[in-house]
Ligand binder design. Structure first.
Ligand SMILES: C[S@@+](CC[C@H](N)C(=O)[O-])C[C@H]1O[C@@H](n2cnc3c(N)ncnc32)[C@H](O)[C@@H]1O
Length: 229
């Protein structure tokens, strides 16, 4: 099937103040984030394989918080079209540089806040959110906005750091200290149980909750969930 024209993102003016604060943080660290190696490459590849096996060539896919586009570039070839979005213009600039070097007709990158992704209607077969749900200012509001774009019966695939599963000193002391020093963005602290409960409140049926890390207990849970019909 031929790639269809991808819908355009909303004007950046609709971005919330909390998301603008995320954008400022990620704009500042984007080049370093792009240069840093993936900490657990085997775990990352396991997630990619899991997602690739679930995508279909006829799927229209949305990724929120796509960062520098590494994952979107790996996945887009297996879809009809992939719209990869991020609130950070610098992250998207890097993603577009990569796309220019590695063209893929199915893929487009846009600057957009996940929470105001808009009144576009339920048009995506699959929505992806990797390492971003804990950065939303409000999980329920963010899920509302993102899931409104998912077709009934569509798949929501996410991988999310569950900071409440770490040593409590990290979210309670270290993260606030790093935030004060400008070295961490604002984060939500929840465990996988609370995350799964939030999904279920939003009409998702959780089909799998997995940990793909290969180095130590992985606090990032991969959840495969389906939107009710
Ligand atoms: C930890 S990075 C993860 C990037 C990529 N998904 C990955 O797994 O490498 C988090 C990304 O989420 C983006 N982000 C944070 N808040 C967002 C929001 N409200 N809407 C869209 N993107 C957001 C940041 O700009 C950043 O690029």
């Amino acid at each position: 099937m031929q790639p269809q024209p991808l819908p355009t993102a909303p004007p950046a003016a609709t971005t919330t103040p909390a998301a603008l604060s995320q954008a400022r943080f990620w704009n500042r660290v984007a080049r370093k984030y792009a240069a840093d190696p993936i900490a657990d490459m085997a775990g990352y590849e396991a997630t990619l394989r899991r997602v690739q096996a679930l995508l279909r060539p006829e799927h229209s896919v949305l990724e929120v918080g796509c960062g520098t586009g590494t994952t979107a570039l790996r996945l887009a070839g297996g879809t009809r079209q992939l719209l990869a979005t991020d609130v950070s213009s610098e992250m998207i600039a890097i993603a577009r540089e990569k796309l220019a070097r590695q063209p893929c007709p199915q893929l487009r990158f846009e600057v957009a806040d996940a929470e105001v992704l808009l009144a576009r209607g339920a048009q995506f077969d699959t929505v992806l959110a990797f390492n971003v749900l804990h950065l939303l200012p409000d999980l329920d509001r963010g899920l509302d906005a993102v899931l409104a774009l998912l077709k009934p019966g569509g798949l929501f695939m996410s991988k999310t750091p569950c900071l409440a599963e770490m040593n409590p000193l990290i979210p309670r002391l270290l993260v606030p200290l790093m935030r004060a020093l400008g070295k961490a963005p604002p984060v939500l602290v929840f465990d996988a149980h609370a995350l799964q409960a939030a999904f279920e409140r939003h009409g998702l049926v959780v089909e799998a909750a997995e940990r793909h890390g290969t180095k130590r207990r992985d606090m990032r849970v991969f959840i495969l969930a389906r939107k009710g019909r």
